[in-house]
Structure formats: C-alpha cells, structure tokens
Design a protein around this ligand. Structure first.
Ligand code: KIV
Ligand code: ZN
Length: 514
C-alpha cells in the first residue's frame, strides 16, 4: 500500500529569504491561496519575529486559509520568537509552531559559543514552552547533515520527550549526497519509530550541489514521512528542494517509491508562473517540469517518434502539470466574458465590477498594440492595476518622457507627478536608459544605486511585451522594481520608478511599525 507523504511548502519563508524576492502582504496572500489550490498540506508562511510586516502576513494567511491546510511559521529557540509564531498562527484551523536550533559542531561552537549540553537544553526548553501554547510543534535540527550523529540523536530523543510532534532533519548547507543522506534518514527513522512511532520524520534540503531533489527522494525511500519544498526551488543561495520536481518524481515513479502526495499536479505550472510573476525571478528555460522547454521536442527524430506514439519520448504529459490550460490567447475581439474567465483561471478575484472594467480597458489597449494577449500579459496588467490602486496618491508617477539617443550625448527629459504636483527634469547619460534613470533619480531626490537591470520579452510574437526587472540598493537594502510595456524604454523608466516607490513605501512602513 502507498504511504502518504506530507508536503510542506516553505516558499513564503525559506524562498522569500532570497534577495529581491520580498513580497508584500497582498502578494503573499495571493500566493498562499494558490498553494491551497495546489493542495499542499502545510504552508510555512514566514518568520514573524523578523519584522512587523512578516508577522502581519503570517497572521493574514492563518486567518484566511480555512481548514484544508496547516499553517506554520519559523521561530528560533527563544521565547519571544515562539510567542510571535503563536500569536500569528493561532487563529489557523491547524496551527503548528516550528522551532529551529543548530545541531552540528560548527553551529554549536561558532554560532552559539556554548557547550553541546547547553544548546540541547535550549532546544528542550523551547519545545516545552511551545507545547504550553499549541499541541503541534516541529523541531528542526539545523545543519543535521554535518552533525555528529550521536549528538544529533541525543537532541532528537530529548526534544521528542519534551513533546515535539515532528522532527525535521535539514541539509542546511546542501552538503549531503543521496546515499549518505538516505542512510542518515534510515538510521534516524529506525530509532525514532522505536522511541515514539507517532512522531513524524521530516526532511528539508538545499541545492548547493544540485542534489536537493535527489536527496529528498532518497530520504523518502528511507522512511521520511514529510518533505519540505519550495516552488521553482526558490530559496537561500542555490535554493531549496523543488516541490514540482519531487512531487512529479514520486508520481511518475510511484511503483518504485510506493508513495503519493495530496498535490493537485495540474496546478503546478500555474503556481510556478504566479511565483515568477510575483517575484520577477524567472525559471530557466530547461528547468524540469516548469521550464519553458520542459515539454518542447525540437529534434526531428524526437518529433517523428512522438507522432507515432507519445510514450516514445514522453514520461509524463504536459496536461499532468497543467500545461495545456496555460495556453490562453486573447485578442481585441475577445469580449468581457472571455477576459473575465481568463483572469479567474489565473486565480484572481473578478467580482469587483469597477476594478474589472479598468483592467478590461487596459486589456483592450494592449490587445490593440500587440494583437495576441497571453496569460503572462494578463498577470502584468493585473499587477499594474493593483499597484496603482494601492499606492495612488503617495508615490511618484511617470507622466511623460522623451529620450534622444546618439553616440555623442544621449539625453532624457522626464515629467513625474507626486501628490498632484508636476516635477520636470532632464539629464544626459552613457546611453538612453542611463540618461532616463539619472533624470528620474534627480527628480525623486533619493540616492538609490542601480545594481541590476534585466529586460526580456514576455509571451511570444514580434509585438511581444517587454518586461524590465531592476534592483536598487538604498542604504544597504535591496529593492526591486518591475514593469512591462510594448515600449521597452517606457517599461525601463517605469520599472526604475517602481523600485524608487518600493523604497519610499518601505520607509513609510518602517516608521509606522515602530
Ligand atoms: O535550511 C534550514 O536548516 C532551514 C531550517 C529552518 C529548517 O531552513
Ligand atoms: Zn532551509
């Protein structure tokens, strides 16, 4: 009989630690709703002690998710962190406190500078305290793959006796290899089931050697009952275990693993695209399962084989991951009903008639400009619309601009609006974008530094929309700005301004929070 593997998604916690992937509360809620449609078992919604914004986001997610999904958030092994998790998740139907504490020698000695016994006691005390607040407590033995095994086991034994209901064994630095990690999980599994067979054994891997998915699968083969993953493998450094890869491997090779998950795999591609859209972090074209080319067969030999029988070169069908329903092509003649249907299919709420009408008018303008409108384009229309509605009067708006480019003296003239006031300026630069950015920067008066600029086309066709992602540094913090337009200079200017607006919003939020 198949074992059921519990899937915890940590995109909103471990994934969100990536520079530039910071989402606002509304975006996190939207993504959490999609994770619910994907049918993950548990959402790790954030690290509430880290900021007021994170606390608020976790609480909103806990409030709005209903009873089909568990909600957790991360705490270090200190009372104030555990309190913050408790206060933010308690309202959920199935709340869980997640505590993390280092277990390897290097963590104990270098990070804490304490004896092993003292660190172990910190973990036990933290679990005991968390248990006074909630019945479900997960304990993560950070850096477990580099820990001394007997100390690791001693820690696990002690926290289980203190009441932990889930023991998580992270490969925090992506050091493990599949055989070794599988063996570690097997040894822990054997002892844990003797100690208390109701305690769940969980795994959490990082991808520094490109082995996170392989290590997670090896752990499942050796007894892991719960896996922690992120969409698109987003996460610290090289990322975390990719949810879509692991879940599809378990499904495609079910007869080998004899395991299944609750995931609705037909929601995988939609979830991946939503994340890309919200964070601006693209998935590589040849990425397994969700990359642009994951189901594209280009060589003649392969195409010939496929025409004879799909099984010749296909181990899973695009429909299994929701690919066929992503092919939305709308035109200026598509009408309100079709556009509304397409937007709802992307997971957005269309019940507000006024808001929909604004989006529809933008859609018509875009469809006139580029003839065919794809789901990517709709995502951006919706995002633009929401950002404008949210921040209407407080921030800078790009009213008009002119750019002259030549090999002598590229120049830009810009008109911005702020609180009903018109601001005009001009600048020269090394090139047209540099001139445009210098003019905008001078008008806003913020000493931001451009650290990253990327332009690519979204969707297909020669009239494709250009999407610009930028990163700004302001006082050591990274901010992102994104924009799209059929005019790539305008998209560039707007993306820069969105980055500047993100700095201003962050400063306002920090002032309000403290
Ligand atoms: O990588 C890690 O060790 C973590 C823990 C908090 C589970 O993210
Ligand atoms: Zn991690």
């Amino acid at each position: 009989m198949n074992r059921k593997i519990i899937v915890l998604d940590t995109t909103l916690r471990d994934g969100e630690q990536v520079p530039g992937a910071k989402l606002n509360v509304q975006q996190k809620l939207e993504f959490a709703q999609q994770l619910k449609r994907l049918r993950v078992d548990i959402i790790e919604a954030g690290f509430p002690a880290s900021s007021q914004g994170d606390f608020q986001a976790v609480r909103e997610i806990a409030r709005s998710m209903g009873d089909s999904v568990g909600i957790t958030a991360l705490a270090r092994a200190v009372k104030s962190d555990i309190d913050a998790v408790y206060e933010s998740v308690r309202i959920a139907q199935e709340p869980l406190i997640h505590i993390v504490l280092g277990a390897s020698n290097v963590h104990v000695e270098k990070k804490f500078n304490r004896s092993k016994e003292a660190v172990l006691q910190m973990g036990v005390d933290a679990v005991k305290y968390a248990k006074t607040l909630l019945p479900q407590v997960q304990y993560s033995t950070e850096d477990a793959s580099r820990a001394d095994f007997e100390y690791l086991w001693k820690t696990i034994e002690a926290v289980v006796r203190a009441g932990a209901t889930i023991v998580n064994v992270p490969d925090t630095v992506g050091y493990a290899i599949p055989e070794e990690y599988g063996e570690l999980i097997r040894k822990i599994h054997d002892r844990l089931k003797n100690l208390d067979d109701k305690v769940i054994l969980s795994v959490h891997c990082h991808n520094d050697l490109g082995l996170a998915t392989a290590n997670t699968l090896s752990a499942v083969k050796n007894g892991a009952e719960k896996i922690e993953c992120t969409i698109n493998g987003l996460g610290e450094r090289a990322g975390n275990t990719s949810l879509e890869e692991t879940v599809m491997a378990l499904k495609v090779r079910e007869s080998l693993y004899r395991c299944s998950t609750n995931i609705d795999t037909t929601e995988l591609l939609r979830t991946s695209r939503l994340l890309t859209h919200l964070t601006g972090l693209d998935v590589q074209a040849n990425k397994a399962i969700t990359g642009e080319n994951a189901f594209a067969h280009s060589s003649g030999i392969h195409q010939d084989g496929l025409l004879k029988d799909k099984q010749v070169y296909e181990i899973m069908s695009p429909e299994d991951v929701g690919a066929e329903s992503m092919e939305l092509v709308l035109t200026a003649r598509s009408g309100r009903h079709a556009v509304k249907h397409a937007i709802a299919k992307l997971g957005f709420d269309t019940s507000n008639t006024d808001a929909f009408e604004i989006v529809f008018q933008k859609f018509l303008a875009l469809a006139d400009a580029k003839k065919e409108v794809y789901d990517h384009d709709l995502y951006y229309l919706l995002n633009d619309q929401r950002e404008q509605a949210e921040h209407a009067s407080r921030l800078f708006e790009l009213r008009s601009f002119q750019v002259v480019t030549n090999d002598l003296c590229p120049t830009a003239a810009v008109v911005l609006m702020q609180n009903g006031e018109e601001l005009k300026g001009s600048a020269v630069g090394d090139g047209p974008i540099d001139a445009l950015y210098t003019a905008i920067k001078t008008l806003t008066g913020l000493d931001v530094h451009l650290t990253h600029y990327k332009i690519n086309s979204i969707s297909r066709g020669k009239e494709a929309v250009g999407r610009v992602n930028i990163q700004l540094d302001f006082q050591g913090k990274t901010y992102v700005g994104r924009a799209m337009d059929t005019d790539i200079i305008k998209a560039s200017g707007q993306a820069f301004l969105n980055g500047v607006n993100a700095v201003i919003l962050d400063q306002k939020e920090s002032v309000q929070a403290f």
